[in-house]
Design a protein around this ligand. Structure first.
Ligand SMILES: Nc1nc2c(c(=O)[nH]1)N[C@H]1C(S)=C(S)[C@@H](COP(=O)(O)O)O[C@H]1N2
Ligand SMILES: [Mo]
Length: 283
């Protein structure tokens, strides 16, 4: 592996993590940068070839109504996109040794009316549950935090967290797959087109936060309900006791301190959509 000097202990831990994540290849930060550069160059070449070919499209004989040269181009394009989609289907994961510190960013739903962070005490955490509202508006059986931590397979994942403000960090999350949890607690809602996550609704909270995420991302195997960041329990600023993390969305969708989830087939809004951001906020 490139540039990684690992102690036997680190190597052992990484092997264990790799067994847990079963989400494909884990690469180092250096290798990631190299591949991104290569992908970028490939797109550049595609653009130039397209331009050069443009003038030659005239007077071509046709193949099923499509000029031959264009057709070859389309097939090549399709291959490129197939690769992009396949790559996109499972987000890049990194070696645990590449994990970085991450700042506290975004305190909506975590502050009191004096703008002080609200800490979640041990007893509150012990009784924490995520309430669920079904598509028909009914309250479903809530998900106790204690059940999340003890009834499901725990996954460690290391990926790049991206903020729309333009910074990114490689971070290590520990938690359970949202899809595993839903299968047990609300299987009938697993086909809901949208899921809207919210921070606690309370007069003590200065401003509630919400995040609407489409079915594909919520049910993806790399979407976790996480209670640890870089191997430590979440702090108040990072969204204790539980947050959603997914490598397919910008930070604005990665709601910290989940208190409730609502399922719906109607196009929802959320905190940032109401302020002009794109509802998907994905990449
Ligand atoms: N409850 C809540 N969750 C939130 C936010 C927020 O303001 N409130 N900000 C989001 C944004 S914009 C980012 S970049 C990440 C930052 O996570 P971090 O503070 O752990 O770095 O949290 C996201 N989740
Ligand atoms: Mo962000």
């Amino acid at each position: 592996m490139i540039g990684d000097a690992k102690t036997p202990e680190e190597a052992g831990r990484e092997r264990r993590l790799r067994e847990l994540t079963d989400d494909g290849e884990i690469i180092s930060k250096v290798e990631y940068a190299r591949r991104s550069r290569r992908a970028f160059l490939a797109f550049g070449v595609l653009g130039v070839a397209g331009y050069a070919g443009f003038n030659r499209l005239q007077n071509q004989d046709e193949d099923e109504g499509i000029p031959r040269l264009l057709r070859a181009g389309l097939e090549w394009n399709e291959k490129v996109w197939e690769r992009v989609q396949r790559d996109g289907a499972t987000a890049r994961t990194f070696s645990i040794t590449d994990r970085e510190e991450i700042r506290v960013n975004g305190r909506h739903g975590l502050e009191d009316n004096d703008r002080d962070l609200i800490g979640i005490g041990n007893s509150e955490a012990a009784n924490w549950e995520i309430t669920l509202t079904g598509r028909n508006g009914a309250q479903l059986e809530p998900i106790p935090l204690a059940s999340l931590k003890s009834d499901f397979e725990v996954h460690d994942m290391v990926w790049e967290h991206k903020c729309v403000e333009g910074w990114a960090n490689i971070v290590h999350w520990t938690g359970v797959r949202f899809s595993d949890v839903l299968e047990r607690y609300a299987p009938d809602e697993a086909s809901a087109e949208w899921m809207v996550l919210r921070t606690p609704a309370s007069a003590d909270v200065r401003r509630e936060y919400s995040s609407a995420i489409e079915n594909y991302t919520m049910m993806h195997h790399q979407t976790l309900l996480a209670w640890q960041l870089n191997g430590e329990p979440l702090t108040a600023g990072h969204g204790d006791p539980i947050r959603i993390v997914t490598p397919f969305k910008y930070g604005i969708k990665q709601l910290k301190r989940i208190a409730s989830i609502e399922f719906t087939d109607d196009r929802p809004t959320d905190y940032w959509t109401e302020r002009g951001y794109d509802l998907h906020a994905g990449f």
